[in-house]
Unconditional design. Sequence first.
Length: 253
Amino acid sequence: MKSVVFTALPGLPEIEAGRDLSQTIATAVEGAGLVPAPFDVIVVAQKIVSKAEGRTVDLRTITPSARALELAAQTRKDAKLVEVVLSESQEVMRAVPNVLIVRHRLGHVMANAGVDRSNVPGAARDRVLLLPQDPDASAERLRSELMARWQVPVAVLISDSFGRAWRNGVVNVAIGAAGLPSIIDRRGEYDREGRVLEMTEVGLADAVAAGAALVMGEASEGTPVVIARGLQWTATERNAAALLRSKDQDLFR
């Protein structure tokens, strides 16, 4: 019988800009009495990666552009916040009251370009948090540092909560990955009836991120790092960018 166990790490401190995140995570893992093992996946909430990388903006320093003012009126959002969203976006997909959907500069289609106030110290002083500059590179850096410490081949995912078209509720997905195949192509394999699989590609990284969210939480839990144990794979490693559907394959624009 196969099983996958998700364990949230307790006791992590508030993360501030410049903090050594790999050291902090390693200390928490070891403090919890866990011994890293091959195929362990360390799932890290985007917010603490962004905090460690100093990806905050003080809205008091922002001057909204004409486009930001126009969109703010359409969406009923703070024009300064909208200006930051635009700075992180390739294009605006939808703008209606209380909703601003954009294509992020990294390619994600998401609300507000991931710009967020929740669980950000100083939020009352108009500070907001952006996504990491390059989440795949951040995941690779964390993985390299953790493996150098532990001498064990682990994987790292950076997760964030996304809404979904046609379904209510947010689900964690992987926006950064290193050390595992983010997507596994099973096309050409056979099902139990001998039929060839023609369309099946498994979003492994997203599935692991979603499972980790069950113990990570979305509000005040304070457990932004989870270890997923029990997985194995043989497919080639691919980072989280492999999960993004290209514009020319977007059938719903």
